[in-house]
Design a protein around this ligand. Sequence first.
Ligand SMILES: *Cc1c(COP(=O)(O)O)cnc(C)c1O
Length: 379
Amino acid sequence: MQKKLLLTPGPTPVPEDVLAAMARPIIHHRHEEFKGILAKVKEDLKYLFQTSSDVLLFAATGTGAMEGAVTNLLSPGDKAVVVRAGKFGERWAEICQAYGVKVVPVDVPWGKAVDPADVKQALDREPDARAVLIQASETSTAVRHPIREVAELVAQREQTVMVVDAITGIGVFDIPTDAWKLDVVVTGSQKALMLPPGLAFASVSPKAWGFVKQSKLPRFYFDFAKEKKNLDKNQSAYTSAVSLVLGLQVALERIKKEGLQNVFARTEKMARATREGAKALGLGLLAPESPSPACTAILLPAGIDGEKVPSLIRERYNVAVAGGQDRLKGKIVRISHMGYVQPYDILSGLAALELTLRDLGHPVQIGTSVQAALAVLSE
Ligand SMILES: *Cc1c(COP(=O)(O)O)cnc(C)c1O
């Protein structure tokens, strides 16, 4: 069997010490030992989110925490400004629609970041909008949104909260939750946190807790107040995902040891190396103006069957990357550089991409992208 390289924007590779922690025998989630672990994890999550508020944990994928944000903050018939710039922006709108929340869309062409002036216009037009829902990093298009500027608009409005899907933002680039006045920030375990899928997280600001008190949408499992009451006792409302929390403890220790700012710098450098590699091959980027450091979306040459790239690169070269979704199918390939990825993994990914493009009939000078990326990595 060949060694495989996972460079998809979720799930991402899991480090060996995290895997080992998760292989430990199960302990009971109501016993003292587990409470001690959760107490520690609780503190480390505050470091990761750069907040003094509690970060709630749920056994779910990231979408669970997104749904929880909507149902805990809003009431039927409320309006929410939704930035729709890709698949995940659309997901915010779909969750709202499922719960009878009126969507005030701010539609952005795929590959572009939102202009904060457009959000301001929507808020001015709908002053009773109760929330702004946005992505820090829109993984489907590899775009980074200016959440700091948008949050400044929202912070001036007492009746509106700022809700950020930072599922490919937290642990990827600097998102100081408290300093930027982000009210609810959501992430999931299988992206930059270097864990398997199955944990969702949400930080909740004091302003957001005020909204939770007034909110009237139905909720049961994703009940923020109930979860907070339990977390205050280093417990979860229902059975904790014990093994994932054991892994989380080690993953958070790794991040603390490296230092958040160093994690961001390493990720940014790998992102830049990937972009330079693509450009050296003569390939364009889907989001050249506001690229996310989480993953890079490379435009595929028009002359090849782009839909074949993800399967070919996996079958022939044991590298997993992601293609495009919906209208981007066959048009892009997405290479992740968040979490447990080391700089030289990027070189393997680019090398495999070069060979795959050549296999599909696109002329490639072998080594071109690798050389450009290595030049960045060796700075
Ligand atoms: C991965 C991801 C999600 C969540 O997807 P799940 O499959 O529910 O974990 C949501 N938003 C963004 C931006 C993502 O990258």
